[in-house]
Structure formats: structure tokens, C-alpha cells
Design a protein around this ligand. Structure first.
Ligand code: CU
Length: 335
């Protein structure tokens, strides 16, 4: 499920938060994930029985009708055609199996899709872009990218409802331990929800091929104690930090075309095409998971994103070394 760069990222520790590194559908930690696990087990059990029966019949037949000493090797064994009982059995039984699986899946999908959000829950609008995730919190006027902070949900309360949209092509939300897959479709809204039961970082990825950098659309759900979540949201809701010691560096950033693609709230940088950078330094990774968000990585990214994530929709800006230092120094103040 993960490529090399992402695996390296998974190994990076975030202090204080356990990492649910194994994105294993058989260890669900949320209600939708748990019901999906049951479908997976049922499907495995049914297909397992079919496998044993079919493979068993093949092995039995090979043994029972093997060539014996004295058999004429040019003589075909007797062939049987058109047994009504067998035809009916292998038509009806698979149809029944398919209907059982459709019924069970439809029930789970309906439960995930149609649950209406109680007023007290967190709402997130997740917008797929080639090749990153925009994460909006309409209740807090917060906008971030690639990392979905949510409160942990211990008693069934505090679920997070997700409205899924796409800016360009079809993407798909899948965080195996929590839930999914649910597609993000242009000109349409889909809904799903998650209720992570344990604090920690849950990994997911885009699950619908969406173009060249599809494999680098890592998604992280960061489930926090409600108090920590509120602290995070309160900071994110503020406009960008104004640090007078970097006003010259900020002026350099403002003079570049970065402002046409990125928003830094409270400044003249109001582009909407790329990720919101207002609180860039509160994110653990950049480029939807290709790099951890360290000063060196940030510099490498701004210098030449095409070398790191070839084909991504941020051009290499060809800054001078001096401009690069200044822009990165400014970005690093955006806590
Ligand atoms: Cu994709």
C-alpha cells in the first residue's frame, strides 16, 4: 500500500502519539471500519469454502480418473454432458451467494452514508486535488492539507462527519482502520464518517487511480483528545503569525508568484490552487506525504518540487539561493 518514501515517513515518530503503522483492515478502530471488517471476513469465509470445494473436486477427479496400467492412452475417458441437477446447482448457488453479499454490503454502506450528523460533531469537508487533499473545517473556518485532525471518540459520541468532494478527477478516501473506501467525485458530494476510538495517527491513501502522482496522496488522520483537538483548531483558526523579524523575507515571498496559488490568511497571498500555507509548520509532512516537514525538506521542496514529486502541479520556481533562503525562513515562521 505504501511506497518507499512513505514507508520512511511512517517510521518517523511523532512525539506523544502512538502510530497505527499497520493500516490493517483486520484491526479496525472505528465503527465503519469494524463493519467493513465483518464483510471482509464473511467474503473470505464464503470464497474459502468455494476454493476448498473446487480445488477438492479437481484433486479428487485427477486422482480418481488417473491413467491406470492397461488403459489405452489414445482413448478419451467417458464425457458427461448436460446434467440438469449440476447446471441448476452451479447457477443458483452462486446467485444466492451474490445476493447475500450485496445485501450485507448495502446495509453497511447505507449505515455509513446515511447517518445524519448530530449538531455536536466535528464536520470536515475533504476535497481531492491532483495530488493532495484539502481539509476544510466549516465550523472553525480552518483550512489545512493532507492531515485530518479529529477528536477521539470513546463512547460513540464525537464522530467526525466527512463531506467528500473533488476539484478535478475521482479520488477515493480510504483509511483502512477507520473506514472507506468512499469516492470523491467531481460535481457531487459523498458522505462518510469516522469515529477513531484511540488517539493516534492513522494512515490512508487515495484508493482510486487519479493520475501520475496518485501513489503520493498519503492521508493522515490524527485523532486527539478533545482538549488537544480544540487547542489545535483554535490555533489553526487564527490568521498567519506576524513575525516582524522576517518582514523582509515575507516581502520576498509576496513578490513571487507563490501568492497566486497559495493562501496565507491575513496576508496578500490569496491563491486557491495549492495547499493553504497559513499554518504550514503545524503539519508533519509536505507534498501529501513525500517528505517530512523539516527545514531541509521544505527548502528542497520549494527549490524543486518536480524533482521530489515529478508531474505535481507546483512548478519548479527557479529561485536564486538567496530568494530560496528568504522564502523558507518566512515559511518557517508559519506555526
Ligand atoms: Cu488517487
Amino acid at each position: 500500500m505504501f511506497n518507499h518514501a512513505q514507508l520512511a515517513l511512517l517510521q518517523a515518530n511523532v512525539p506523544g502519539l502512538p502510530q497505527h503503522r499497520i493500516a490493517n483492515i483486520f484491526r479496525p478502530l472505528a465503527t465503519p471500519g469494524a463493519s467493513e471488517k465483518n464483510i471482509a471476513l464473511l467474503t473470505l469465509a464464503i470464497t474459502g469454502v468455494i476454493f476448498v470445494v473446487v480445488a477438492g473436486l479437481i484433486i479428487y477427479t485427477m486422482w480418481r480418473f488417473r491413467r491406470k496400467p492397461g488403459d489405452d492412452e489414445h482413448q478419451e475417458p467417458p464425457q458427461v454432458y448436460g446434467s440438469n441437477q449440476i447446471e441448476v446447482a452451479w447457477t443458483v448457488i452462486p446467485i444466492l451467494i451474490v445476493f447475500v453479499l450485496i445485501g450485507v454490503s448495502a446495509r453497511v454502506i447505507a449505515g455509513v452514508e446515511n447517518a445524519s450528523p448530530p449538531a455536536s460533531t466535528t464536520k470536515v469537508t475533504l476535497v481531492g486535488h491532483q495530488w493532495w487533499w484539502e481539509v476544510d473545517y466549516p465550523q472553525f473556518t480552518v483550512r489545512t492539507a493532507n492531515e485530518i485532525h479529529v477528536p477521539v471518540s470513546r463512547d460513540g459520541n464525537n464522530a467526525t462527519y466527512l463531506t467528500l468532494e473533488s476539484q478535478d478527477v475521482i479520488h477515493s478516501f480510504w483509511v483502512p482502520q477507520l473506514g472507506g473506501k468512499m469516492d470523491l467525485i467531481p460535481n457531487r458530494q459523498n458522505f462518510t464518517w469516522i469515529d477513531p476510538r484511540e488517539p493516534g495517527v492513522y494512515y490512508g491513501n487515495c484508493a482510486e487511480y487519479c493520475g501520475t502522482q496518485h501513489a503520493n496522496m498519503l492521508l493522515r488522520v490524527i485523532a486527539q483528545e478533545p482538549a488537544d483537538f480544540n487547542t489545535w483548531a483554535a490555533n489553526e483558526a487564527k490568521p498567519a503569525v506576524e513575525d516582524p523579524s522576517v518582514s523582509a523575507q515575507k516581502a520576498v515571498y509576496q513578490s513571487l508568484s507563490c501568492v497566486n496559488c497559495h493562501t496565507i490568511r491575513g496576508t496578500g497571498s490569496i491563491g486557491q490552487f495549492g495547499p493553504d500555507l497559513t499554518h504550514l509548520m503545524s503539519r508533519e509532512n509536505i507534498g501529501a506525504g513525500v517528505l517530512t516537514n523539516t527545514p531541509e525538506h521544505l527548502r528542497a521542496w520549494v527549490n524543486d518540487p518536480q524533482a521530489i514529486k515529478p508531474g505535481c502541479l507546483m512548478p519548479s520556481m527557479k529561485l536564486t539561493d538567496k530568494e530560496l533562503d528568504q522564502v523558507v525562513a518566512y515559511l518557517e515562521t508559519l506555526k
